[in-house]
Design a protein around this ligand. Structure first.
Ligand code: FNR
Length: 369
């Protein structure tokens, strides 16, 4: 899927997904840390009736996997957010819409039946963030995923090289590359949704792509602190998930705030380069707060085996980012569905070969520690 996405998606947007910040060490480590985790093979147990069904903040899920919020999903494939949300809905797992989406909250709501989740960045313009929460409520979003690890933007060198900056300055090579991506170009021409749907039209005087990008970038709020979570809770009375926890002390604070779940995450290695791989901090966070709050996990998951590793280590459930983005770029909605099917099958078979029949009963006894 990744290879196909690379062929089909313009370099500027493919690279946007397939990069981390600075030296990309944390980006690489996220995958490597999962790979290092060996599994315990157990045999001669009856594993005929297996189930990978689970729950996430009270919602039944076909497997403990949700689609992570990913900005500019609609640039990987036209109507990308809508298609990914539909694929998740049909599979029976949650979809999370990013604040930085191309299709708006209303676009996705119009084309799906199951309530999806909305990811919020708290902006300097608190009125704008408040308005987003109202829109997410009106669209029947059942959970808010509040991202805490992007108060300032971790620099991704490749985006700058490609000209995916604020304002965008596409380099000549990037424009030439477009000529070799007819699938994507044809696809994009099928839709008018090519703007930041959640922002466009809501900010006075900001109407072209370039000023939209500039406004957005200036709006990430470095003053965001734990009191901002209280502020969000005043405006959001449904489920609340805090995303971007990568430290035990932060996990303890978050667990004391009365939220429904935390996501152990380093933003897929796109923010603090040099931070621990999320998998390397997962166990300690589960030990510290796992009995008080649901601990979710993301970062580096590329297979059902990785989902199994994270759940066995103690994550209640997981999210995938790039894994589904590659499927979307490769084959649209069918590609996302295919990725989910592969992950589901790998998860089921791995669980069976570890001698387990129910994903909710797996644990560290399945890992070589
Ligand atoms: C992200 N991520 C992200 N997170 C978030 O809270 N809001 C966002 O808008 C985005 N945007 C975004 C864009 C792209 C291209 C990527 C790859 C990631 C982070 C995302 O939700 C998740 O934490 C990571 O993707 C998990 O790592 P993997 O699964 O991609 O390795």
């Amino acid at each position: 899927m990744q290879a196909l996405a690379k062929r089909r998606v313009p370099k500027m947007f493919y690279d946007y997904a397939d990069t981390g910040s600075w030296t990309q060490s944390t980006y690489r480590e996220n995958e490597a840390a999962l790979q290092r985790q060996k599994l315990r093979q157990r045999v001669a147990r009856n594993i005929d009736n297996r189930s990978v069904k689970s729950t996430m903040i009270g919602r039944e899920v076909a497997m403990p996997v949700a689609l992570a919020p990913v900005g500019l999903t609609g640039m990987q494939h036209a109507d990308g957010e809508i298609l990914a949300a539909q694929a998740a809905e049909e599979f029976g797992i949650p979809f999370t819409l990013s604040t930085m989406s191309v299709c708006s909250i209303e676009d996705v709501a119009e084309h799906t039946k199951t309530p999806f989740w909305f990811q919020l960045y708290v902006m300097r313009d608190r009125g704008f963030s408040e308005n987003l929460m109202q829109r997410a409520t009106a669209a029947d979003c059942s959970a808010l995923v509040l991202t805490l690890d992007l108060q300032v933007l971790g620099q991704r060198h490749q985006d700058l090289k490609n000209g995916l900056s604020t304002p965008p300055k596409p380099q000549p090579s990037v424009l030439v590359d477009l000529a070799f991506k007819p699938f994507w170009c044809w696809n994009m021409l099928q839709t008018k949704r090519r703007e930041f749907g959640n922002i466009h039209g809501h900010v006075a005087g900001v109407d072209d792509m370039s000023s939209l990008a500039e406004w957005t970038n200036s709006q990430f709020d470095p003053t965001l602190d734990w009191s901002s979570v209280e502020w969000v809770k005043k405006h959001w009375d449904r489920k609340l998930i805090l995303k971007g926890i990568n430290d035990v002390e932060d996990a303890k604070i978050a667990a004391g705030l009365g939220v429904d779940a935390i996501v152990v995450s380093n933003h897929g290695g796109r923010q603090l380069d040099g931070a621990l791989a999320s998998y390397d901090v997962l166990g300690d966070i589960v030990d510290a707060v796992g009995d008080k709050i649901e601990v979710h996990f993301d970062g580096g998951i590329r297979s059902g085996q990785d989902v199994f590793r994270a759940v066995a280590m103690g994550a209640h459930s997981t999210y995938i980012g790039r894994a589904y983005i590659y499927g979307l770029g490769a084959m649209g909605k069918a590609g996302v569905t295919k990725v989910l099917e592969m992950i589901h099958k790998e998860l089921d078979v791995t669980m069976g070969l570890c001698g387990e029949t129910d994903i909710t009963n797996t644990g560290r006894h399945n890992l070589v520690l």
